[in-house]
Write a protein that binds this ligand. Structure first.
Ligand code: HEC
Length: 128
């Protein structure tokens, strides 16, 4: 599955072409390096619980913003905002996707692993 992720990502980008104007502003995420083993459980948890809205590799979809984005770097959105988002949801304030509902399927420890994965993606993209 991990091997397939970059391929799936390119596939989604290619398929989204016609709807480009509806997509959120996103960073040009160059095909990220293969996910290091230490982040692979975070990637699985992210793909299973967050990627329907935040996109594979957190690149965003029409349902939710990219988390690989300047506004989600550590100074503006510290790790606490991830725990809070999963636990109580998010009231829309940065974008026009609507509110994020809580994600009760993830534990605190799951979110911890998701954060490690997303921070790695952000570092790969040169965000911090
Ligand atoms: C049903 C769609 C959906 C799912 C699933 C989802 N999110 Fe979100 N999320 C959103 C939307 C939409 C926003 C943006 C709200 C706004 O306008 O600021 C958001 C915002 C966030 C934010 C920013 C919080 C803030 O304080 O601004 C974080 C962090 C986040 N999501 C993490 C996650 C994580 C982690 C998961 C998986 C456990 C997840 N989201 C699953 C839709 C979703």
């Amino acid at each position: 599955m991990r091997r397939l992720t970059p391929v799936l990502f390119l596939f989604l980008v290619a398929c989204g072409k016609g709807e480009e104007e509806n997509l959120p502003p996103r960073l040009a995420v160059s095909t990220p390096a293969p996910t290091p083993a230490e982040y692979s459980s975070g990637e699985e948890l992210f793909n299973g619980n967050c990627s329907t809205c935040h996109g594979l590799q957190a690149a965003g979809t029409q349902q939710g913003p990219p988390l690989v984005h300047m506004i989600y770097e550590t100074n503006h959105h510290a790790d606490a905002s991830f725990y809070r988002a999963a636990q109580v949801g998010v009231r829309a304030h940065h974008w026009s996707f609507g509110n994020m509902a809580p994600v009760p399927t993830v534990t605190q420890d799951d979110v911890r692993q998701i954060i490690s994965y997303v921070r790695w993606l952000q570092r790969e993209a040169g965000i911090f």
